[in-house]
Design a protein around this ligand. Structure first.
Ligand SMILES: [Zn+2]
Length: 226
């Protein structure tokens, strides 16, 4: 029996839409340049750090625009139940994101989940201006693909003896998915797992995650039997 940690992506996994992506898509007037950046990132020519730094220089919005935008966003309707499920079993939950801390914090707070532990890149604000982005977890020695490499946080839990369950949907979930004990995937991550023959479980929402964990594994208080 081993203790379990759930490590989950935020954008498009916990939040319904990829908030960072849609925010930049709405507030970057130079659409051509933005799409070009995204293409370079998808092809692996630039890291997500370089991509985010560029996006921040192109964005034409202030804090109020961002707040209004985030107020229109929502989370997976089953996520709160899933957190209750984890809390009843003392299962550790960590949210890890290569997006921006500001909107993650706001959205979690709005749904009464502001106490959840998360890590992300840091939006730098000066009064109402969006000044830039900082990368407190960036480590070029470990990974050159990500701004906040989720694998680093996953490995830390692994080294503490946790069995790691990774939940994600996108390009930035490739690093951790290659190292997690159990992977739950949808979207681009699902395509990647299929293409790379990474063992995974398909899911659509957090009710599926809960159901898959309980049906496939025997869950005890904070522990798992495979
Ligand atoms: Zn990485």
């Amino acid at each position: 029996m081993r203790k379990i940690a759930i490590i989950s992506d935020f954008d498009g996994t916990i939040s319904r839409r990829d908030i960072g992506h849609h925010f930049f898509g709405t507030f970057i007037p130079d659409r051509e340049r933005w799409l070009e950046l995204l293409e370079q990132w998808r092809m692996g020519l630039i890291s997500s750090r370089e991509c985010l730094e560029h996006e921040m220089t192109l964005v034409r919005a202030d804090r109020e625009d961002l707040d209004v935008f985030v107020n229109g966003e929502s989370i997976d309707p089953y996520f709160k139940d899933f957190i209750d499920f984890c809390e009843r079993r003392s299962i550790v939950v960590l949210i890890t994101s290569d997006g921006l801390d500001y909107y993650i914090d706001r959205l979690l707070m709005r749904f009464g989940l502001g106490y959840l532990e998360f890590n992300a890149n840091r939006l730098r604000l000066a009064d109402t201006a969006l000044e830039g982005v900082e990368f407190p977890y960036f480590n070029a020695m470990e990974c050159t693909r990500c701004g906040n490499c989720k694998r680093f946080h996953l490995e830390k839990l692994k080294s503490k003896g946790y069995l790691t369950v990774y939940v994600g949907n996108g390009y930035s979930d490739r690093c951790p998915a290659e190292h997690a004990d159990i992977v739950l995937a949808k979207g681009e991550l699902l395509d990647h797992c299929r293409a790379q023959r990474i063992a995974h479980i398909q899911f659509e929402n957090f009710r599926d995650v809960e159901r898959e964990l309980t049906s496939r594994f025997i869950l005890h208080s904070g522990n798992i039997s495979l």
